[in-house]
Design a protein. Structure first.
Length: 171
């Protein structure tokens, strides 16, 4: 499989300068960063969430963990993680586990972690387990204009500290 058609059409329609980077087969954004010899902070991962209002794609560095309570508080929603096996219809041009960290080509809101503003290059899954889309940060930021930009993730070693300092969500 090659890069997802919806993704490449979207990038071309928006005049984005990007290139495709091939790498050995890998699963999981963090493993892919290692496999492709790129920084885990530059490698984005997509986390797909849903509530009764619909889907949201959270884009964050592959090394970070999503702080779902922060995102829910900011969006005033009750999002929950979507199981990967139920995403095949929505992302029918992507292999399972290789969803690009950009929801707009599929009509989804993207919540972009502000940590992605600190790296020079952005890499995201291209829709398969052997290719990445690479672009400069300014190109990614053009695409993320009008999307949610928040501090929605943290490094795993800080997870317990942040959990202790945040309010529990109402059930």
């Amino acid at each position: 499989m090659t890069a997802a058609k919806r993704l490449t059409r979207y990038l071309e329609k928006n005049g984005i300068n990007y290139d495709i980077v091939s790498h050995p087969y890998s699963e999981g954004a963090l493993n892919t960063a290692h496999s492709a010899c790129i920084s885990s902070r530059s490698m984005t991962k997509a986390v797909i969430l849903e509530d009764d209002q619909g889907f949201v794609l959270a884009a964050l560095p592959s090394s970070n963990k999503l702080m779902l309570n922060w995102l829910n508080q900011h969006l005033e929603r009750h999002l929950k993680l979507v199981e990967e096996k139920s995403l095949s219809q929505l992302f029918n041009d992507c292999e399972p586990g290789a969803i690009p960290a950009m929801g707009q080509p599929w009509g989804l809101i993207t919540a972009c972690d502000v940590d992605l503003n600190t790296v020079a290059d952005i890499y995201l899954e291209a829709g398969d387990h052997r290719e990445l889309v690479h672009m400069r940060r300014n190109e990614y930021q053009k695409l993320m204009k009008g999307q949610v930009h928040e501090n929605i993730s943290c490094p795993p070693e800080e997870l317990d500290m942040y959990k202790a300092s945040t309010l529990l969500e109402p059930s």
